[in-house]
Design a binder for this molecule. Structure first.
Ligand SMILES: C[S@@+](CC[C@H](N)C(=O)[O-])C[C@H]1O[C@@H](n2cnc3c(N)ncnc32)[C@H](O)[C@@H]1O
Length: 251
């Protein structure tokens, strides 16, 4: 069970609400290997051992997200081409493995309406906190208004939860955790921390099949460059980057 703490006492009530919403336990302090901490600036995940990458939080307003929004290459970047943003001007994209919301924010910055789906309560709490704070930022609130969050396992969209999406997505984007056997430069430190906490996504073959039924136009899967295809299904086309590739399955 994950503990949530606060950096300042006056945030206690807010932290207790977050604990209740996502099933965490509130405690004034924690010495666990992983715990959440609410600060005036953001909700953050802290790893307290010596391999710690430092606090992990999501901030759409500055840092890497802002840099990528301003200088990331727009619709010319491979990620945008893979999902077809140059072909469909304002599509509905379901990011069914939202994680830290980095890719989803790129899609929304480029005009897409994005539904972010995530099943880990830790990622969900970090994401909803970041979306809520960013919606108050004048410069990017218009982008954030195009992003909505759905908590749950995207594999269930095939059955009872499919009706939760008001409209069928044009594009579904998948970036499941790849089970890395050893630490490699490919896996950023923060993702490694997440991976050791959340675990590998060993059920993503099933996810691909659900999504191929649901998407109107295409399903795009991000994979490490040498990884096998999901569920051994050959894509219609792949776009390679240095370390990753995008496998594109047209409907
Ligand atoms: C590698 S991360 C995604 C990173 C993301 N593309 C980004 O830009 O930050 C994978 C995430 O997908 C989530 N995930 C995997 N399978 C899922 C499923 N079936 N339903 C919902 N979330 C899932 C995991 O919990 C994890 O947070």
């Amino acid at each position: 069970m994950i503990t949530i703490t606060v950096s300042e006492k006056n945030l206690t009530e807010q932290a207790k609400k977050i604990a209740q919403q996502w099933g965490f336990v509130f405690s004034p302090s924690s010495h666990d290997q992983f715990f959440l901490q609410l600060t005036p600036q953001h909700l953050q995940l802290i790893q307290s051992d010596k391999h710690s990458p430092g606090p992990i939080y999501i901030d759409f307003t500055s840092g890497q997200a802002a840099h990528r929004r301003l200088f990331g290459g727009g619709k010319g970047q491979t990620l945008a081409k893979a999902v077809g943003l140059n072909k469909t001007p304002s599509p509905i994209i379901l990011d069914a493995t939202a994680g830290m919301g980095k890719d989803a924010f790129v899609f929304a910055s480029l005009g897409a309406k994005v539904i972010l789906m995530e099943r880990s309560p830790i990622s969900a709490a970090l994401l909803t906190d970041a979306l809520q704070r960013a919606s108050l930022d004048e410069e990017i609130s218009e982008i954030i208004n195009r992003m909505s969050f759905v908590y749950g396992d995207a594999r269930l969209l095939a059955s009872d939860r499919g009706s939760e999406l008001n409209e069928k997505p044009d594009i579904i984007y998948l970036d499941p955790m790849f089970p890395h056997r050893k630490k490699s430069a490919l896996v950023k430190k923060e993702m490694l921390a997440f991976q050791s906490l959340i675990g590998d996504d060993n059920d993503s073959d099933e996810l691909l099949n659900v999504c191929r039924q649901l998407a109107k136009k295409r399903v795009v899967v991000k994979r490490p460059i040498k990884a096998p295809y999901l569920d051994n299904q050959k894509p219609s086309l792949s776009m390679n980057m240095k370390k990753h590739r995008f496998d594109i399955y047209f409907v």
